[in-house]
Design a protein around this ligand. Structure first.
Ligand SMILES: [Ca+2]
Ligand SMILES: [Ca+2]
Length: 184
């Protein structure tokens, strides 16, 4: 796999999936993510929103585990993660079910106003919660929206998302949708 693509995949692994920084992705990471999201949004345990978030993210985990956890130890290691993306690229599939589920979840999560586009403030609010600086978020947003000239609708987001995971072109706008502007 191209080094550049691998760096992007490892960035997403560490910052968005391995939430507890244990070095592997496991169910616990999703449990923590669910709790954090619901706390941030003020959704009580047992509320409809909390249950929906929980169901969706646990489905993402199950789908990811099924595809990636080759040795069935309940953890997705870095090697397994990269291998899954290699296999995926070779398969010719356009998207796996867990990937589109996670993508749609993230879109709805970031679009907190629910107007069908991700604006800069919404982007900053969510991506800084993953530890990315506000300045970096601004730069990244500007890059993938071509200086805010592109409206981030679900269709645009889907295209950028696909670019992030597949493109080897360092200038592809999709490279920046996870808030990072350089992978050197
Ligand atoms: Ca972990
Ligand atoms: Ca494993």
């Amino acid at each position: 796999m191209a080094d550049f693509r691998k760096k992007k995949l490892m960035y997403v692994f560490s910052v968005f999936f391995d939430v507890n920084r244990s070095g592997t992705i496991e169910k616990k990471d999703f449990e923590i993510a669910i709790e954090k999201i619901c706390r941030t949004r003020g959704w009580a345990e047992g509320s409809a929103e909390q249950q929906k978030t929980r169901n969706t993210l646990l489905q993402v985990w199950e789908g990811l585990q099924q595809r990636a956890d080759a040795n069935k130890d309940g953890q997705v290691s870095e090697t397994e993660w990269v291998q899954m993306w290699e296999d995926f690229a070779k398969s010719g599939d356009s998207v796996l079910e867990w990937q589109s589920r996670y993508r749609d979840f993230m879109f709805q999560h970031v679009d907190s106003s629910g107007d069908g586009t991700i604006d800069l403030d919404e982007f900053i609010s969510v991506y800084t919660s993953y530890g990315i600086s506000e300045d970096e978020c601004r730069k990244a947003y500007s890059k993938f929206t071509n200086n805010q000239s592109v409206q981030v609708t679900p269709q645009v987001f889907e295209k950028l998302w696909r670019e992030f995971f597949s493109s080897t072109d360092p200038e592809a706008p999709g490279n920046f949708i996870f808030g990072k502007t350089s992978f050197d």
